[in-house]
Write a protein that binds this ligand. Structure first.
Ligand code: ZN
Ligand code: ZN
Length: 273
């Protein structure tokens, strides 16, 4: 009985931490778009279509379900830790300085590859309906879509934590930093307005994705599968050919007022690729 109570307390603590980070990131991003930089952002809309309150309610509901899955996988990770299989460390001196400095970029690079390949796999027609359909109900995503997943996708995304924590040693601060980078980047990619400066896709930082990059994925389904970086889409030939053109149109305000944006109809079978 005591064991079950401990587990319930653990589960609740995991859930609350994830909920806090989700609410923080989605609120900060929403306020940036809708309040703090409203005039700037309104000119940089990515679609003429607007998400409804019903869309946002659905995104929040499924995100709560995903965080329940994260908390459950968090319990499993805790058990793996008790068995000595998790390589989290608490003292910076436990590993050389170069690793302490390199480990955050390394975990982001690995997560980027994990995301690209699991995401592209979930677009397989046989898997799409069960794994990824819920995320694509957000045709015009909002920051609240960050964790709006089907159960299968939620489990797949959650599994990254125990797998990476068993594979490479990470300082607790590095791990928490990674989680913050991931959720803030996630809400930015779903913001519906282009955050990145005008010359972004023509300069040296073009290896990093933009809000346009992921928003196009929500509009058209079959391309731009990447998360942090544009590398995988370019290597695998899955970047939309007019990605940069759409980016320029967005920062020039082409989708902000009446007229311009061509609303793409989803293909009859969005999963086909
Ligand atoms: Zn998305
Ligand atoms: Zn997708």
């Amino acid at each position: 009985m005591e064991f079950l109570l401990d587990m319930a307390r653990d589960w609740s603590a995991h859930f609350q931490r994830d909920l806090f980070r989700y609410l923080l990131a989605a609120t900060v991003t929403s306020l940036s778009v809708g309040l703090l930089f409203r005039h700037w952002m309104d000119r940089r809309r990515l679609q003429k279509r607007r998400a409804s309150w019903k869309d946002i309610r659905r995104e929040v509901s499924f995100s709560m379900l995903t965080m329940a899955i994260f908390a459950t996988v968090g319990i499993v990770t805790g058990i793996l830790k008790d068995w000595g299989l998790v390589k989290l460390y608490w003292h910076w001196n436990d590993f050389p300085l170069w690793w302490n400095l390199a480990s955050l970029p390394v975990v982001i690079l690995i997560h980027d590859a994990y995301f690209y390949w699991t995401h592209r796999t979930m677009h397989h027609p046989k898997l799409f309906k069960h794994f990824h359909r819920v995320h694509h109900l957000s045709r015009t995503p909002t920051p609240w879509a960050a964790y709006s997943f089907s159960v299968g996708e939620g489990v797949l995304m959650a599994l990254f934590s125990p797998l990476i924590l068993m594979a490479i040693p990470l300082h607790v601060v590095i791990w928490l930093s990674f989680i913050f980078v991931m959720i803030f980047r996630n809400t930015m990619l779903h913001a519906g307005c282009e955050f990145h400066p005008r010359g972004w896709v023509d300069g040296p930082l073009d290896f990093m994705t933009t809000t346009t990059h992921h928003d196009l994925h929500h509009q058209r389904f079959q391309g731009n599968y990447g998360f942090y970086f544009t590398w995988w889409d370019r290597w695998m030939g899955t970047e939309f050919p007019n990605y940069k053109e759409v980016f320029h149109k967005a920062v020039d305000g082409e989708f902000s007022s009446a007229g311009a944006a061509p609303e793409q109809k989803p293909p009859a079978n969005p999963a086909a690729s």
